[in-house]
Design a protein around this ligand. Sequence first.
Ligand code: FES
Ligand code: FES
Length: 155
Amino acid sequence: MKLFSLACSVNGHKVRREILSARSLLEFIREDLGLKGTKEGCGEGECGACMVLVDGLAVNACLMMAVQLHGRDLVTIEGIKGKAGGLHPLQKTFMAEGAVQCGFCTPGLIIASEALLRRKPKATLEDIKLELTGNLCRCTGYEKIISAVAKARGK
Ligand code: FES
Ligand code: FES
């Protein structure tokens, strides 16, 4: 068993852990850090349920090794907050638009949408649809999700 000394930032806090070098980022987040908001769906990069921000970019945590996080900045859904520490604008618009049913896909969708709106605050509907093609939802039919992201632009 090979151990690796991982130092990174998690939701704004410095973290240092000895981890198994074969650990996926998703295992590290859910099992080592106990942050269960990041979901495991397919486990192979198809569904987007495991999306997190690494240095501000949305990545599928099931496809990244935890050791690759060394020296970098991780934000999980638990770290997505509004300016005053309350709900983030995307969380508010997802609720207002009824864009959440079972909720399994929601953390990944919020992360993907946040990555897009940080990069492109005036994203078009086409930009939003394109960005969310990597996030599967079995419940909502996507229209309310797209509308929720559109309403969060500029907030
Ligand atoms: Fe990672 Fe599905 S669990 S993409
Ligand atoms: Fe159920 Fe999206 S709300 S999978």
